[in-house]
Design a protein around this ligand. Structure first.
Ligand SMILES: [Mg+2]
Length: 189
């Protein structure tokens, strides 16, 4: 019997935690948008959560809606600069996101569909060979939780904030600094 025989169907898959951005990774800009790197305020506990995931070979992928680009409030390079600032702040804590997926709402061919369409999650799953049934989503809006359900993830965590709650998550937290402990328990890390 050849080794190739055993390799069929045994491609290793990794787990992933998908993060919404505003209201989760950084302080919510309210009804508006983060329009400059200086306005990006990293929330407590995000760096610690990402380090925990990476130490356990779990990917951390950002999936964010930034329709401010489609509305012409900032350019794509402005958005890149904001995300460079985010990665720089995380690097100061010894970590970073593995990938960033954005729905810009600009109608360009390389844009991803708006949440709750699971397009951004499915694209990451294909690129990194992610086992979605063992992966989680963290968000603060109904559309984040609905996207997690549409992608058939194992579960979804909500950070409670200003947004109205009409779709229930598996867990809800008041503070992002509680994420470390919740991820440790739910993902058995
Ligand atoms: Mg949000």
């Amino acid at each position: 019997m050849t080794s190739e025989f055993f390799s069929v169907g045994t491609i290793p898959q990794c787990r992933c935690v998908f993060f919404d951005r505003d209201g989760v990774v950084n302080r919510s800009p309210g009804e508006g948008y983060v329009l400059s790197p200086d306005a990006f305020i990293l929330n407590d506990g995000i760096g610690e959560a990402l380090r925990l995931l990476h130490e356990n070979n779990v990917l951390a992928v950002l999936v964010t809606s930034q329709k401010c680009v489609g509305k012409g409030l900032i350019s794509r390079s402005d958005l890149d600069a904001i995300h460079a600032r985010m990665q720089e702040l995380l690097a100061e804590q010894g970590t970073a996101f593995d990938a960033i997926y954005v729905n810009r709402g600009d109608g360009d061919a390389d844009d991803y569909p708006a949440k709750p369409d699971p397009g951004m999650i499915l694209a990451a799953a294909e690129r990194f060979s992610i086992d979605l049934r063992q992966s989680w989503m963290i968000g603060d809006a109904d559309r984040d939780i609905s996207m997690a359900r549409a992608a058939r993830l194992e579960g979804a965590i909500r950070i409670l904030g200003e947004k109205e709650v009409t779709v229930s998550a598996d867990y809800s937290l008041l503070e992002t600094k509680e994420l470390f402990e919740l991820l440790r328990i739910t993902l058995k890390l």
